[in-house]
Design a protein. Structure first.
Length: 123
């Protein structure tokens, strides 16, 4: 007799803020139950010039999670900030590709490089 006792993957948010860049690292599943927490974390840092959603440890995302990303993109565009979704090559990337959102959202595989300072020179 076997029993099914495997717990679902936990959901966790880790938020870091450095100057005008907020990074929200998401692990576990983003679904109807957890999407409001992700939305609240992003909204809390709406004053950042850049919000990076690190979803490389996200194991699942449903339409509710995709909707949070679209709303975050819209809100950041309205406020003059930038939203970057770090999707890696896993489940989140596949869902966003299936939804054909790579032209609408800024989706990258790895963390964005810092922008060059004004004092740097070419060549």
């Amino acid at each position: 007799m076997s029993s099914f006792s495997e717990a679902p993957p936990s959901f966790e948010l880790i938020v870091q803020r450095y100057d005008s860049v907020a990074t929200v690292a998401v692990s576990g599943e983003v679904d109807l139950a957890t999407a409001p927490r992700l939305s609240a974390a992003v909204a809390e840092h709406g004053d950042a010039k850049m919000v990076v959603l690190d979803m490389t440890a996200t194991t699942f995302i449903d339409s509710t999670g995709v909707r949070v990303l679209l709303h975050a993109h819209r809100d950041s565009a309205r406020s003059g900030s930038r939203l970057v979704v770090v999707a890696g090559y896993g489940a989140v990337r596949r869902v966003l590709n299936l939804c054909n959102l790579d032209g609408r959202l800024m989706i990258v595989s790895d963390h964005p490089a810092p922008e060059p300072s004004a004092s740097s020179s070419d060549g």
